[in-house]
Design a binder for this molecule. Structure first.
Ligand code: GDP
Length: 449
């Protein structure tokens, strides 16, 4: 998978790295080429658009890391965009937090690999996690499918709910739950019926099973070879079933990769596993870093840029902590903080973890930082002269009117920002006095993260 995408992007990066300096136009062109490559890989258009917006923002952001070659920065921007598309760096673990048995429900179209994947999961849970696992087949329409799961259960060495002819899917679900409970199973995997196409009967049956079995995980199994059809299937299932995650099969095949790259962004659901072959061992935990690495094949560069960025952040954090200890927190510093907050996806969550900074947290919450307000606030600050940013006290009515016009905001918003800045500066000053070194260490950590 991703072969042609990888080829195209590698070619692009090779050409870029041959050049020393990249103009804004070069970067724009490079990103346009990435866009075409993603579309050719069958990534859904809205997802590509989202990617482009984010990439452009990163490329024009002020975080130019001098220690890193421009071409390498482009690699990192594309890497970050892919990670974002795939739902973030950290794999989402399988959730088994339920009063036993933790029920895992498998849904999907016929032939998607649902039954095989059930067995793969069962094997992983029993072998690696030492869980006591039972599987049950609810595919009443296809006796062969029931037999197939039974054979697979024997093969991977887990229990299988005996087949009782004539029972409905919901009856089987009830019987499975009861059996698993009485016999002390940790996990119960329910393999539901699939059809070749989506239909109402299939959906309502699946919804009814979910209601009865109350699964902690409800997975949609989808075939990555079917590309955007897999994405549409996932969306349709998600409308009817409270899905908790996706499993993509045939990741070992030669799909262009569009399904895998679009799934998360389109459905909002995490991809939790990848099926990577016909064997029962062939199930991988989904790891966005691995996927992005496979697409880009530039692991060293990504690590290098990350390290440089970290060093830059650390140097900034130290300088910031020093300034704040002296009570010098000017509007440039606030703008820098706002940018960092946006990068980190919100400061207030991080601050909430630190003891003794409740007041500062509250003030940051009051800033009400969404991406939009962030942009407006940074626009206000960048519309000021250097002197105004250092000494906000000089801001009289006419200066404020000029800034308001420049930033496209009301004077009221400027006043609000100034007031909040003053409060933050005071709080930081007071913190540094009352808590001494400990508090400063916390601040450094807070801004350096
Ligand atoms: P179901 O109808 O959804 O239950 O699908 P099955 O589990 O019966 O799978 C259909 C076919 O796809 C079988 O031949 C499986 O061996 C094969 N299969 C399932 N998952 C994978 C996978 O990740 N990679 C490959 N190459 N084949 C798979």
């Amino acid at each position: 998978m991703f072969d042609s995408l990888n080829e195209r992007l590698s070619g692009l990066f090779d050409r870029l790295s041959g050049r020393g300096v990249l103009s804004e136009k070069d970067v724009d062109e490079a990103l346009r080429e990435v866009r075409v490559a993603l579309l050719e890989a069958d990534v859904a258009l809205p997802v590509v658009r989202q990617f482009m917006t984010k990439a452009k923002e990163l490329a024009t952001g002020e975080e130019i890391i001098k220690a890193v070659k421009p071409a390498d920065q482009v690699v990192k921007i594309v890497y970050d965009g892919l990670i974002d598309m795939l739902g973030g760096e950290e794999p989402e673990p399988l959730n088994l937090n339920a009063v036993p048995p933790a029920v895992i429900m498998m849904a999907g179209l016929q032939g998607s690999g649902k039954t095989t994947t059930s067995a793969k999961l069962a094997l992983r849970l029993s072998k690696f996690d030492r869980k006591k696992v039972m599987m049950a087949s609810l595919d009443t329409r296809r006796p062969a499918a029931m037999e197939q799961l039974k054979l697979l259960a024997e093969q991977v060495g887990v229990d299988f709910l005996p087949i009782v002819a004539g029972q409905s899917a919901t009856d089987i679900a009830r019987r499975a739950l009861q059996a698993a409970k009485i016999q002390g199973f940790d996990v119960l995997i329910l393999d539901t019926a699939g059809r070749t196409t989506l239909d109402e009967a299939l959906m309502s049956e699946a919804a009814e099973i979910a209601r009865i079995a109350n699964p902690i995980e409800t997975f949609l199994v989808a075939d990555s070879l079917t590309g955007q059809d897999a994405v549409r299937t996932a969306t349709a299932f998600h409308e009817r079933l409270p899905l908790t995650g996706l499993i993509l099969t045939r990741a070992d095949g030669d799909a262009r990769g569009g399904a895998m790259l679009s799934m998360r962004a389109v459905t909002g659901l995490p991809i939790k596993f990848l099926g990577a072959g016909e064997k029962v061992e062939a199930l991988d935990v989904f790891d966005a870093r691995r996927v992005a690495g496979r697409i880009l094949g530039q692991g060293d560069i990504v690590a290098l840029v990350e390290k440089a960025a970290q060093e830059l952040d650390q140097a900034k954090a130290t300088a910031m902590a020093k300034k704040m200890a002296k009570g010098q927190f000017d509007l440039d510093d606030l703008a820098e903080q706002l940018r960092q907050m946006k990068r980190m996806g919100g400061m207030s969550g991080i601050m909430g973890l630190l003891p003794g900074v409740q007041k500062a947290k509250k003030q940051i919450d009051e800033l009400n930082i969404s991406d939009k307000t962030f942009d407006r606030q940074v626009a206000i600050i960048t519309s000021m002269t250097k002197m105004e940013r250092k000494k906000p006290d000089v801001l009289n009515a006419s200066r404020k009117r000029r800034i308001a016009a420049g930033a496209g905001v009301e004077v009221m918003e400027i006043n609000r920002l100034l007031k909040q800045h003053r409060q933050m500066a005071d709080t930081f000053k007071a913190m540094s006095r009352s808590n001494g070194r400990g508090a400063m260490g916390q601040m450094a950590k807070m801004f350096g993260m």
